[in-house]
Ligand binder design. Sequence first.
Ligand SMILES: Cc1cc2nc3c(=O)[nH]c(=O)nc-3n(C[C@H](O)[C@H](O)[C@H](O)COP(=O)(O)OP(=O)(O)OC[C@H]3O[C@@H](n4cnc5c(N)ncnc54)[C@H](O)[C@@H]3O)c2cc1C
Length: 512
Amino acid sequence: MSEFDVIVIGSGMGGMTTATALSRLEHKVLLLEQAQSIGGLTHSFSREGFSWDVGLHYCGLFGRDQSAGKILDWLSGGTIEFRSIGTVYDTLHFPDGFDISVARPEAAYKMELKDRFPDNAAEIDTYFEAIESAETAATMVAGGRSVPEPFRAAQRWLNRRKIERWVGRTTGEVIADIITDPKLASVLSAQWGTYGGKPKEASFGVHAIIMRHYLEGAGYPVGGASSIAAGLVPVIEAAGGSARPATPVAAILFEEGKAVGVRTSAGEEFKAPAVVSAIGAGETVKRLLPEDIREQDWAREIASFKPAVCHFEVYLGFEGDIARHGATRSNHWFHENWDTDDGIWAVADGSPIPMLFVSFPSLKDPEHDPGPSNKHTGQAMVWADWSSVAEFADREPGELAAEWTAFKQSVEAKLMAFFEEKFPALAPLVVYRELGTPLATAAFTRHEKGGFYGVETTPRRMLSEALAARTPVPGLFLTGQDVMTPGIAGALAGGMLGAAAVDPRVYRKFDW
Ligand SMILES: Cc1cc2nc3c(=O)[nH]c(=O)nc-3n(C[C@H](O)[C@H](O)[C@H](O)COP(=O)(O)OP(=O)(O)OC[C@H]3O[C@@H](n4cnc5c(N)ncnc54)[C@H](O)[C@@H]3O)c2cc1C
């Protein structure tokens, strides 16, 4: 007899969603997390009275009357609340002082684009029609992977033209087909950092899902991202399950070709009839499966995907009235040139930072108490190439320590110089700063090469049938962002697909 009905490995948004959904349907779930706390990229950390989220700046669709918000309400019993971050959620900055606000609702953003690009009004309408159609196609493809044959094959065949047109081509290809003004094309692809695939590589389907999920506005969790785990873990425990941090899983156990449990790094074994991995599809295949299963076609296909982009981030603590000195609830995207494909920083080759994202989370959280010294937070993030840190990875402790320290200081100085240039009045209010590196992401989340968005977001990934929540191995399931799309809403949807693959009653809770 197993003590648990289901084991979920990894406690990010995906793993927590799967575990909580199954708990809501009275399964006893064991949720195992390698890190010291539950939450994965929804984790928050504090230093000297400041607190930051590691993987959430803004989310779409989490209003109580919106699709992700309704699911979260069902999971948490209404204990987690997202509030709007305001009408303008992104401000895009291009060279020569060309700035443009991205505001809700969709009609407002469209109007702004048409005001700024009056000669391209018809093309702008075509683009908005394209993302709507592409969102439907991409959701069908990604969600459909979990639908049993022969329905899945029939669905794909019936929609094959739409799928090839929108999901099978890159963001850059589709936008170039629709938009004749290169500057407008850059504006429309400027937020690719929200899914981590530059325009010439990412599927237009992923672009469409993520761009559209923000169109009716963005929200931020009251109390910060850690409120998500605080709201979900009690539901898992109330159903007789358990969420255990500091418990890395070393292997998934199989008997007669069926997944039957896991072994932790400490050698403890847990058995259950269903094992769901939420650590990332690539990481699952490469690290937790025995060789005979790793050699199966579906697993080899997953292993062939590259990890997504990694990042550097400087966490800032301010004292003072940051709103009066230039900070906003809207995020800022600074593009240093008009080529949005050129947004990934390769530190090692000495090139300047091409693109910086800045967010002020304390202004977004209605529960933030600045205290007597008026404490506020900011985050400045750069998308980077793993080659930037490759020479420091896999070193023994102490090896290259001096070089690593010097490297970090130089990266932090460059980020700070960029930040100060864009926010000169805010820089003097900084009283605390700390650099996050791709090596830290790799250590805290165990994502391969710090690829926090999971596997690549190319058309090949989107069209891959290998990324289904139900694997061909009985008892083994995948969940999280890789079975749907990157992002908190994507991981939630992937989490629901993972739960539905274990217990189809979960499908009834979908309201997409
Ligand atoms: C800097 C940054 C900013 C972001 N901003 C946003 C944003 O504003 N909006 C948005 O929607 N998305 C954002 N994202 C993306 C979003 O955070 C992710 O897409 C999402 O959280 C992924 O969820 P997940 O559950 O699939 O993966 P994860 O949260 O990475 O969870 C995987 C978990 O598995 C655990 N694990 C790994 N190996 C093992 C093992 N062997 N045993 C046990 N546990 C293991 C890890 O520790 C981790 O907790 C951001 C990400 C980052 C890094």
